[in-house]
Write a protein that binds this ligand. Sequence first.
Ligand SMILES: Cc1ncc(COP(=O)(O)O)c(C=O)c1O
Length: 456
Amino acid sequence: MDNSQGLTREGDVNSGRLREQWLTGLNAESIKALQEDEAVFMRQSMSTPCLQSLVRADGCYIYDQDGKRYLDFHGNSLHQVGYRNPDVLSAVTEQLGTLPFIPRRYTADIAVRAAKALIEATTSKDFKVLFTPSGTAAVGLALKIARKVTGKHKVISLWEAFHGASLDCISVGGEYVFTKELGPLLPGCIKAIPYNAYRNLLHSSCPERVADFCLDYLEYIFQNEGDIGAVLLEPIRATDIHVPPRSYFQRLKQMCEHYQALLIFDEIPTALGRSGEFYVHQNFGVEPDLLVLGKGLGGGVVPQAAVLIKKCYDQCSDVSLGHYTHEKPAAGCAAICAAVGYIKEHQLLENCRHQSVFAKQAAAILSERYVCIGDVRICGLLISFELVKDRTTKEKDSVLAEKILYYCLEKGLSFKLAAGNCITWHPPLIVTEEQLSSAFQIFEEAIKDCAYERVG
Ligand SMILES: Cc1ncc(COP(=O)(O)O)c(C=O)c1O
């Protein structure tokens, strides 16, 4: 199936009848703003043409130019500390007023403090850091480090994965919508079957059994392909939130050690507390060799990403790996220090865990009431509801998911659709019980309105 215009893992598409209907509800000013956007920006699936034009963002909310407010549980997964976080804004402003840029060959206290803040939050504290301007660049950098350190260029990643949209990143990505008609990709990129796909193929509800099947296949690749230098994956896939068991990660780590491949975790959308732990892998007791971070690192203000590298792999002094203009980015580093500090000082991990309990309870009630909810997966404030036509066959209900999306947008709740039929929420970690409760209320109204015939 050519899914480049249809369902994608990564997000909802910007075409179709419901999108057209949404546009008819906008006023003339908004339509004009969208037309102006389309006149200057190239169209892309999942982007331009856009939904609406925004004028303001604050805390958990975004505001469109009609004055409408949306509780934003999408936020491109970068708003852990909320929009316009006061600490981030004042740290960045102060940095811009003193040392806005650090030219290459120099360092500055703010850069060292930012790197230390990220290292201090790891379990072993046995890492070094490189900053990059985007998550995509950070994944590319991690792949290069793995090649240089192991002397092996082959990498195993997972089908359905997304690690960025540059040529190296789409080579290790697993979705056709990102590679379609773009020609030859990097050699040596081998794809394995992800945990969620095996779970569906096996129709198994035993996580350990599914994990074993995934890893047996991975081992088969290691043995037959040979020369694998790295394994790259998101420990928890941000889009439709599948959470493999601890045993998956433990055996994966052992396998990488055995075959002398580096384990790279892409935690770009999920780190900084979203899973209930500061880093996602801390839920599983396994540390990667290379950890890729981004999105919320810039405090929802500055584009900022980083790679954390186990100290023993600091072996690349004879090549220039990153060479970015913003290699030690002053504003980004100020944002990192402020965001990490804010998470600690305001006990956002605790709030995340607390709200997660509330979300699990509310989701359990909804699942009992509505048979269209086939599965709910929640880890911290990574929340996904899978909508199905039939709970036994698990047949996807993507049409319903899209209807619910537009209903909720209408009512002021924004989130992402993933894999066609998954309603995925990434609330900021500052979210309150009241805000979550209002999201659940809107979601329930949407189910009633759009799927009344399937109410159990
Ligand atoms: C898992 C994952 N990896 C990498 C990226 C790329 O990050 P960036 O958009 O900052 O380049 C993203 C962005 O959505 C992502 O979700």
